[in-house]
Write a protein of this length. Structure first.
Length: 125
């Protein structure tokens, strides 16, 4: 049976194979004086960005123009970083593959301990 210590080690070894250092700009909406305001924070960490097996291309066209987004990439992050995405939080960053947005975060949990995160990324124009 796998232990949290072993799972954390496996995640860090996988990241070390092809690490990418990224700087994240996170925007959270918080209620201040009865109104929602955007609070921005920045932090950096090492991750591994990889190609997904089943890419998904979405084309959104409206009166302002056409936007292409692709869910071709995923990301693996160690457990030392706290990631969460919701309707009140948005995480975007630039990397060698282009400008990305984290759309879904899957925590890797073993015996109640968060060992890391696997994320679906959306490339945005």
């Amino acid at each position: 049976m796998i232990t949290p210590k072993r799972r954390k080690k496996d995640i860090l070894e996988n990241i070390a194979i092809n690490p990418t250092t990224i700087s994240i700009k996170q925007t959270k909406k918080e209620v201040i004086d009865g109104a929602l305001e955007d609070i921005e924070s920045e932090f950096s960490f090492d991750s591994r960005i990889f190609a997904q097996k089943n890419p998904d291309l979405k084309v959104s066209s409206d009166t302002k123009g056409t936007v292409y987004s692709s869910k071709t990439y995923g990301m693996l992050v160690g457990g030392e970083v706290e990631l969460s995405v919701s309707t009140k939080e948005r995480i975007e960053f630039d990397c060698p593959y282009g400008k990305m947005r984290i759309i879904v975060v899957y925590p890797q949990i073993v015996k109640g301990v968060i060992c890391g995160y696997q994320c679906d990324l959306e490339r945005i124009d």
